[in-house]
Design a protein around this ligand. Structure first.
Ligand SMILES: C[S@@+](CC[C@H](N)C(=O)[O-])C[C@H]1O[C@@H](n2cnc3c(N)ncnc32)[C@H](O)[C@@H]1O
Length: 248
């Protein structure tokens, strides 16, 4: 054990925590720095089903517990809405499987469409300073199917390819009550959002992952563009999500 690890352990034994100091910085013209909410209500600790599912999907996701719990909670509130569910940006299936498990309990039995290129990120532009395309290609459709089957989920359809470009026929006449957009870059997220929005009922929600990370600096630009629209309630959450609710 290194001196650093020993020191950390000793300080931990005294009831303190040592964390790396992150200095605020400006990326793409916006500030990024440490975000440490002081609230302590932790409903995910009371939800045993969530805890069990999260433990199963954890090795297959890049998304932390707080954002996963928010997805879990939001999906549980879709019962009164018509329309299916969509995730674009599945990678190894973690958040997609979580959404499927939660959607199984919904009264209208929505299908969860899970879409990924399985060849990595696409449509990176100069709005995205950290991505150039092809990142997160270390996955496969089979890997996702195995995770879903292990969780007892059958309420899904996998769409392989770029969304929406490669799937216009498959989903042209669909409606979506919920979309999880986890695609890392501006143009890809914009194309998904622009496709889904007219196909969403009032009360439907779009959750943007990647909102709070300096590596995904194109996403706050996109979310800010929606802020002025009268049919949208934009919630800039501090956990790394932005949520847009359809109000009209
Ligand atoms: C960060 S990963 C998704 C992470 C995943 N939700 C999780 O639970 O960790 C981003 C994924 O988006 C996919 N992607 C990006 N743009 C896409 C698009 N327009 N259509 C389909 N997949 C896309 C990439 O292939 C990549 O697997």
């Amino acid at each position: 054990m290194s001196v650093k690890q020993l020191a950390k352990r000793a300080i931990g034994a005294l009831g303190y925590e040592v964390s790396h100091r992150i200095k605020p910085k400006v990326v793409g013209g916006k500030h990024y720095g440490p975000v440490r909410p002081v609230a302590s209500y932790s409903p995910w600790l009371d939800d045993l089903e969530f805890a069990t599912v999260f433990d199963r999907i954890k090795p297959n996701t890049l998304v932390d517990r707080l954002r996963c719990y928010e997805l879990w909670e939001l999906v549980s509130q879709l019962g009164h809405l018509s329309g299916n569910i969509l995730e674009v940006g599945v990678w190894r299936g973690g958040t997609g499987a979580l959404i499927c498990r939660r959607a199984k309990n919904l009264p209208k039995n929505p299908i969860v469409y899970l879409c990924d290129t399985f060849k990595g990120v696409c449509k990176a532009t100069d709005k995205d300073t950290s991505y150039s395309g092809g990142e997160h290609a270390d996955t496969s459709e089979q890997l996702v199917r195995d995770l879903l089957s292990g969780l007892g989920c059958q309420n899904f359809k996998i769409l392989t390819g770029i969304f929406p470009d490669d799937h216009l026929e498959a989903v042209e006449n669909e409606t979506f009550s919920f979309v999880h957009i986890d695609v890392d870059v501006y143009q890809s997220a914009k194309d998904v959002f622009d496709f889904v929005w007219p196909r969403m009922p009032v009360g439907g929600m779009a959750v943007f992952d990647d909102f709070g990370f300096d590596t995904c600096d194109g996403i706050p630009i996109l979310v800010a563009e929606s802020q002025r629209d009268s049919d949208k309630l934009v919630i800039q959450n501090l956990n790394g999500h932005a949520i847009i609710v359809k109000t009209a």
